[in-house]
Design a protein around this ligand. Structure first.
Ligand code: GLC
Length: 416
């Protein structure tokens, strides 16, 4: 029996997203939900995509506007920035960090983030059936996904590469240590390394050919690619609604991506999907939440089963009291506690949201429900935090972080 009430969680979630709206009232130029006023004042690409899914239950108009605001900062070549600076960061440290990431104009960052946006657009369209909105949003979406294909799939295998750790959305995941190369990962040194990468890229004018040659960070990240493939599938469906010819192109790209994930990332010795680095596609043998994402796709059933039963549902790896940790408990790098080095152990609600879909897709309904229940328990007891200790469930990082309210999607789906 649950000891929490759905209604209370929904009420609190509503309060949080409402108090994080940032908008230009007079001109209506922008409206977005910031993840957290103090720590994350800007508009973030994958956060805003999650927010629009959350808003689709609460206020469909805001859901539509949030995505239209994201695409206002699209680059001419189609790239969507991971951060759009609609206002100045409140702290000096924030201003310095923004400067490092910024483009020449200083109004947005020069890296991207997981392309959740197409999936979010599909959800918002299905709820609103607003064809005029769809006609507007589809153009920047197509440009973005074409940019991902032309700029980031440099060897044409259907998988895209990220060029900076923060593009993964999982800032300091142990996978990146192959490039960071420090014996012990310390906050200041990591910060300097992240900024050094940006400086190098600015020097070569963000030219992808030169960035590949530099090989300072070139990773085919599993979770980024799974989200990319899901995005291509959504885009294909949206093109079909508008009777656009591209429908087939995106589906073919998605299928090519799945094939390469299977051929290149799957490791039969460990029954895990690993990220690949460098132009030689070398496997990064770290056990992190990223490698679990393929269960959301149409991957080989026998592999999904091994991944779920050997790793995900294993109490010694990814199934502690409050799953799913960002790093396997058995990894020596697992740190469940609060740290400025994000994504090295704690549980995040947005990745749970994906893996719940994955468990359901692979026929593990009971386990999916258990993960929903655990996620709801965490937010009910602790409130909406940036991340949670997987062993104790205690909330850490930024308080009232907006994407953790995506649990309302879990609740509404249960009710459906
Ligand atoms: C952290 C997360 C990143 C997120 C951002 C804003 O940096 O690692 O994924 O987009 O916060 O919430």
């Amino acid at each position: 029996m649950n000891d929490y009430k759905y209604e209370n969680i929904i009420k609190k979630a509503k309060e949080i997203v409402n108090s994080h709206i940032v908008r230009e009232k007079e001109t209506g130029e922008f409206l977005y939900t910031c993840p957290n006023h103090k720590n994350y004042p800007h508009q973030w690409l994958w956060d805003s995509s999650f927010h629009s899914i959350i808003w689709s239950y609460l206020d469909i108009d805001k859901a539509k506007k949030e995505l239209l605001t994201v695409v206002k900062k699209q680059y001419d070549n189609g790239m969507l920035p991971h951060m759009s600076y609609w206002r100045k960061a409140p702290s000096l440290l924030g201003k310095i960090s923004d400067w490092f990431f910024a483009n020449k104009e200083g109004d947005r960052s020069h890296i991207t983030q997981p392309p959740v946006i197409a999936q979010a657009a599909e959800i918002v369209y299905n709820k609103s059936k607003d064809i005029d909105w769809l006609k507007k949003i589809i153009v920047p979406l197509i440009d973005y996904f074409n940019w991902l294909d032309s700029d980031r799939d440099y060897d044409n295998d259907g998988l895209v590469s990220i060029i900076h750790p923060w593009e993964s959305g999982m800032d300091m995941l142990p996978c990146w240590d192959v490039y960071f190369k420090a014996k012990r990962v310390k906050t200041i040194r990591a910060g300097l390394w992240l900024n050094r990468l940006l400086k190098k890229y600015k020097k070569v004018n963000w030219n992808m050919g030169k960035i590949i040659e530099l090989d300072k960070f070139l990773v085919k990240d599993v979770s980024f690619n799974v989200i990319y493939i899901l995005g291509l599938q959504s885009l294909s469906k949206l093109c079909a609604v508008l009777k656009k010819d591209e429908e087939k192109i995106y589906l073919d790209r998605a299928n090519r991506g799945i094939k390469s994930l299977e051929d290149k990332c799957w490791d039969s010795n460990t029954a895990f999907y690993f990220d690949l680095y460098s132009t030689e596609d070398i496997k990064i043998e770290e056990f992190t939440v990223s490698g679990l994402f393929p269960i959301v796709l149409e991957v080989e059933k026998s592999r999904a089963k091994l991944l779920i039963e050997n790793h995900i549902l294993n109490e010694k790896e990814f199934w502690p009291a409050y799953p799913i940790p960002s790093v396997s408990i058995k990894s020596e790098k697992f740190n469940p506690k609060k740290s400025l080095l994000l994504w090295r152990g704690p549980t995040w609600v947005n990745t749970n949201w994906y893996l719940i879909k994955g468990l359901k897709k692979q026929g593990y309904q009971t386990e999916a429900n258990e993960l929903i229940d655990k996620s709801l328990k965490m937010v009910d007891k602790q409130g909406f935090w940036e991340y949670y200790n997987p062993l104790t469930g205690s909330g850490k990082g930024a308080r009232n972080l907006t994407w953790s309210t995506i649990v309302i999607d879990m609740i509404y789906k249960l009710k459906e």
